[in-house]
Design a binder for this molecule. Structure first.
Ligand code: GLP
Length: 261
């Protein structure tokens, strides 16, 4: 995997937005896999700025959801469908018709998971999947010890993740659902390019385990080591536990610019 250390979250957002813009210029109907959480917001802001300046036209882009809470109505402001409509589709001017995601309210959750895996395949697969990372190394909602071959399925959240996510629910952990649907790690690995963004000191241990630890289900993000095109973008704080930080800095500084990430 490639590790890019950037000075701050805004630079990381700009770098990834440029990779998305480059993809859309080449493939206007590319399928972008998007993530929720606070970390990706600088990416969406930078991409929106590029759209407003005319540097890229995302009108034909398609967007795929990574994960969803089970049981929250789609119109709930914190359902991930609502969050993505608000943070990604509306600012970019992408119609909801171009969006696919799992149905977190389906009476048969397992069938909804299988239907979503099929929908992703029928859409031709994700071209670029943006990922955040949980403090415990989770990607999507694949909590520690998730199978590295897993498909989209229902998962139970750890207490830590519910505590981390309570800030989106008025700080009240009781309002955070216990169950979620998430693309599996095997599903995520089928995207053609994986881009993980991590910022802040709170992610430093998870980043070190992802990049320099063994491939192990206890750190789900370490599965990125198995992918032929995975990019990990980290700010200085999130890179602070990386033993090979200088090596990553030097190799990226010497990379031909035309390659992008
Ligand atoms: C949630 C999401 C993940 C996200 C993680 C980290 O658990 N399901 O996709 O990566 O939060 O969020 P943040 O970026 O806010 O730290």
């Amino acid at each position: 995997m490639e590790v890019v250390i950037v000075p701050d979250a805004a630079s990381g957002g700009e770098l990834i937005a440029e990779a998305m813009a480059r993809l859309l210029r080449h493939t206007p109907d590319a399928l972008l896999g998007v993530a929720t959480g606070s970390t990706p917001l600088p990416v969406y802001r930078a991409l929106t700025a590029k759209v407003r300046s005319g540097a890229v036209d995302p009108a034909h882009a398609r967007v795929a959801q990574l994960d969803e809470y089970v049981g929250l109505p789609a119109e709930h402001p914190e359902s991930y469908r609502s969050v993505l409509r608000r943070e990604v589709l509306e600012p970019l001017g992408i119609p909801m018709d171009n969006f696919i995601g799992p149905d977190g309210t389906a009476p048969d959750v397992q069938a909804a998971c299988e239907a979503y895996d099929r929908a992703l395949a029928e859409a031709g697969g994700v071209d670029l999947q943006l990922l955040g990372i949980g403090t415990d190394g989770h990607i999507g909602f694949n909590e520690p010890c998730s199978s590295l071959a897993s498909r989209t399925r229902i998962k139970t959240l750890t207490e830590q993740t519910r505590v981390d996510n309570a800030r989106f629910f008025d700080g009240d952990i009781e309002q955070v659902p216990h169950h979620v649907i998430t693309q599996g790690i095997g599903t995520i690995l089928e995207a053609r390019h994986l881009v993980l963004l991590a910022t802040g000191e709170g992610k430093a241990d998870a980043v070190a385990a992802t990049v320099e630890g063994p491939v192990a289900a206890v750190c789900p993000a370490s599965a990125l080591q198995l992918h032929p095109h995975a990019t990990v973008v980290v700010d200085e704080a999130a890179a602070s536990e990386l033993k090979l930080a200088d090596y990553f800095r030097h190799t990226y500084a010497d990379k031909p610019e035309w390659q992008g990430i």
